[in-house]
Design a protein. Structure first.
Length: 353
């Protein structure tokens, strides 16, 4: 009987192709609206929900030719103003997908009217057992780098409405890119932000509780946390403010979300060339990491899907910033548990039931 079940499992498995040189297309024939992303699996309908920060319709700015190079945030220092980055018109859109190959656009999950005026970045959505909660970086019009906000919805698709406009997290890290990780082993939640600082959340996942811990290498940003085989992983990269070429992938591991964290190395730098601040190919992914999603295959085994943003890569001339390419890669692990050196590929292949 076991062999029959195993044969059926393998027979029912199929492969979904995830493109890195073009955007996926939704069921209406439109390419995805892209930006920093969060992914949530809903057990009630067995769908994944993907939330993207909509950067808007202006054209991205390539900072690589600037005197300070690709990652310099040149648009903030007068080289070439970018009207998409620090602007107050961002919204968050949502898609559903059963398999990361078929995408259905569900609309705007967080409209500008559902938050206070100001700059918003990086949604992260979790389910606390009774409601869906969306954290987002909030740089409101009354100040800068103020903190984080929390919105809520009764459904995964939204719409979400802000219920706490100002949440201050502990630790020495600065307000910026972040991840919200819910530990599948314990159900506890953690807010991980640029710096790096890890702040435990309360039992409802709706705010901080207890003391935060700080991780070495404070210059990195774009954290993403996940659990594999009893080991906790934290990925991050060098500073890159929506820059062409992205950042590297630095790996930390720990026996618990609160540490102690051990630096395991950089698996995202391009070792085939010397580093140049003006080169968009310093890093093999050409992207900045936004999330690691744990996706089971047909046998129930976990696949660790890294999703990133290839900034300033809209393909058509004059194409808008919210059509920048995504980056997909399945992480590989060595015998010692470390992530192996990443490689560029035009496509990634996900096994799904």
């Amino acid at each position: 009987m076991f062999s029959l079940l195993l044969t059926f499992a393998f027979a029912s498995a199929r492969t979904v192709t995830l493109p890195n040189t073009r955007l996926p297309v939704d069921t209406s024939g439109d390419t995805l609206i892209t930006g920093e992303a969060s992914f949530l699996h809903s057990a009630s309908d067995n769908l994944w929900y993907a939330y993207f920060n909509n950067w808007g319709g202006c054209v991205g700015v390539d900072c690589c030719p600037s005197p300070s190079g690709c990652a310099s945030c040149c648009f903030a220092t007068g080289y070439a103003p970018d009207p998409c980055v620090y602007t107050d018109n961002h919204t968050i859109v949502v898609y559903s997908t059963p398999d990361f190959g078929t995408w259905t656009y569900l609309g705007v999950a967080l409209p500008a009217s559902a938050r206070r005026a100001g700059i918003e970045f990086r949604p992260q959505v979790v389910f606390n057992g009774s409601m869906y909660l969306m954290y987002y970086e909030d740089r409101w019009s009354g100040g800068t780098n103020r903190g984080y906000a929390l919105a809520a919805s009764a459904t995964a698709a939204g719409p979400f409405s802000t219920i706490n406009p100002s949440i201050v997290m502990g630790g020495r890290g600065r307000v910026g890119d972040f991840d919200v990780f819910v530990d599948p082993a314990t159900g506890r939640g953690y807010h991980v932000r640029t710096g790096l600082s890890i702040q435990p959340l309360d039992a409802t996942l709706s705010g901080p509780e207890g003391a935060a811990v700080d991780v070495p290498l404070p210059s990195v940003e774009g954290p993403a946390m996940f659990l594999r085989g009893g080991v906790y992983y934290l990925l991050a990269g060098v500073g890159c403010c929506a820059c062409r070429g992205g950042s590297n992938v630095v790996v930390f591991t720990a026996p618990s979300p609160m540490g102690p964290w051990v630096h395991r190395g950089d698996v995202g730098s391009n070792h085939s060339q010397a580093f140049s601040k003006s080169s968009p190919t310093n890093y093999v992914t050409h992207a900045q990491t936004t999330k690691v999603v744990v996706v089971p295959d047909a046998t129930g085994a976990s696949q660790y899907l890294l999703v990133g943003n290839q900034w300033v890569t809209s393909q058509a001339p004059g194409a808008p910033r919210n059509k920048d390419l995504l980056f997909f890669a399945l992480l590989d692990f060595a015998e010692d548990g470390n992530i192996t050196q990443m490689r560029w590929a035009d496509e990634a292949y996900l096994s799904v039931p």
